[in-house]
Design a protein around this ligand. Structure first.
Ligand SMILES: Cc1cc2nc3c(=O)[nH]c(=O)nc-3n(C[C@H](O)[C@H](O)[C@H](O)COP(=O)(O)O)c2cc1C
Length: 256
């Protein structure tokens, strides 16, 4: 089984590749969380995979919330791995993940990071990649994934994540901690009513159901369900959705 989260599609693509290589089933974490219990039984020799993007040098809130509720029967001796996608660096995301997993009796035997096109654009100096850089990253990621897939299929242990960044502890536990405590919010999303074409894409792509259409325009629920994955912003065909004013001159990206 592969549990995954994805906002703009990078991690979905990677998780789908791993599902094809391992022949194991995909579970989309926001869908699973709608169930009363997140309780699973493993087939003989089945692997347990977690795939998600890094958010502020930590696993996204929704992934941590899911793991805290997760019950997997008889998970001892089953191979477990995690793959994290990032635009640039992951800090101590893996250590934080393994702490969460330890609390439910799991441990990731192998850990992989995959550099993918950047999706975060809501702070100064944060931009989408150029089309050339996007292609370069995806081509390299496709090759890396084959390598990781081989390791996973063969249940090899190892840490294949070199992209921790220059000051990983500070990134995750100081900057990332502040970011995750204060900046994962839908309070800054706006829509330009005269630009919106009422296509409803924002509602459709929101993984948590936070975006709902009211009179054809997106409305964010302000109920803490937003993961700030920016799917609504990046998929808007008219760039009518913004996060404060900073994204007005930013590009858009989602995995195609
Ligand atoms: C809220 C948020 C925070 C992010 N934080 C980081 C980060 O700390 N380090 C990094 O390299 N990329 C960061 N990114 C970029 C994403 O991790 C990266 O683009 C990822 O592949 C997106 O995956 P997805 O398309 O499956 O959502 C962040 C993106 C978002 C939306």
């Amino acid at each position: 089984m592969i549990f995954y989260f994805s906002g703009t599609g990078n991690t979905r693509w990677a998780a789908e590749q791993l599902a094809t290589l391992t022949g194991e089933q995909l579970f989309f974490i926001p869908e699973e969380l709608k169930k009363e219990h997140v309780h699973y039984e493993l087939a003989e020799d089945e692997r347990i995979g977690f795939c998600f993007p890094v958010h502020g040098w930590q696993p996204p809130h929704i992934v941590r919330q899911f793991i805290r509720q997760l019950v997997i029967e008889q998970s001892q001796n089953h191979y477990c791995y995690a793959l994290v996608t990032c635009g640039d660096s992951i800090g101590r995301t893996m250590e934080i993940l393994n702490k969460e997993l330890a609390a439910i009796g799991l441990h990731a035997d192998s850990l992989f990071s995959l550099v993918m096109p950047e999706s975060y654009v809501c702070l100064p100096f944060m931009y989408t990649d150029t089309p050339e850089r996007e292609k370069e990253k995806i081509d390299k990621a496709a090759a890396d994934l084959q390598r990781y897939g081989f390791m996973i299929v063969n249940r090899q242990s190892g840490e294949v994540y070199t992209k921790k960044g220059a000051i990983p502890w500070t990134f995750s536990h100081v900057i990332g901690a502040y970011f995750n405590a204060h900046m994962i919010t839908d309070s800054k999303f706006t829509v330009d009513a005269d630009v919106c074409i009422h296509c409803g894409k924002c509602e459709k792509v929101c993984p948590t159901g936070d975006v709902r259409l009211v009179d054809g325009l997106p409305r964010w629920q302000h109920d803490d369900s937003c993961t700030c994955c920016l799917a609504c912003y990046h998929h808007c065909p008219k760039h009518a959705i913004n996060y404060g004013t900073i994204t007005r001159k930013r590009g858009q990206y989602y995995f195609k």
